[in-house]
Design a protein around this ligand. Structure first.
Ligand code: CMP
Length: 139
């Protein structure tokens, strides 16, 4: 089925001017960018967005990193978009990411791993609604 998922190009990647290169890999994987904007999130926004991880030992590091520079937030649309995006991103830890994936190619570490993508339909809907108004999504 045609789905939508939420994607972020993280500060380690925007710092290295990789927005275009990463977006091209998403597009070549069959995903369509139906919304996109560049944001510099506050620590508070990062904490709210990643609230599900608030009890994890890496929460401080994660939210500090995510508020350390610009991020590009996007909505991607396509056939099985959630799974497709996770496939093209590769494993969270770049050391475990498959050849040809975004994280294998660009990620620096498990924290500075260049991209985020929703893991399920419910989280995709929540994450899209966190960053985008309906009128900003143009399919
Ligand atoms: P992401 O898909 O954005 O969702 C949560 C993020 O937490 C994850 O990608 C990683 O970048 C980050 N993360 C997960 N595990 C660790 C860890 N052990 N140390 C630092 N960051 C982590």
């Amino acid at each position: 089925a045609i789905e939508r998922t939420f994607s972020m190009i993280k500060p380690d990647a925007t710092a290295r001017n990789l927005t275009g290169a990463i977006t091209q890999m998403l597009e070549e994987a069959g995903l369509r960018v139906v919304a996109s904007k560049r944001v510099w999130m506050s620590k508070r926004q990062a904490e709210a967005f990643y609230a599900v991880h608030k009890d994890r030992p890496f929460f401080q590091e994660l939210t500090e990193f995510m508020s350390s520079g610009p991020t590009v937030v996007q909505v991607l649309e396509g056939e099985n978009a959630i799974a497709r995006n996770r496939e093209i991103m590769g494993a969270t830890n770049p050391a475990e990411a498959a050849e040809g994936t975004i994280r294998k190619k660009f990620a620096k570490s498990i924290g500075e791993n260049s991209v985020h993508g929703s893991d399920a339909p419910e989280t995709a809907a929540e994450e899209i609604a966190f960053w985008f108004a309906g009128c900003e999504i143009v399919g």
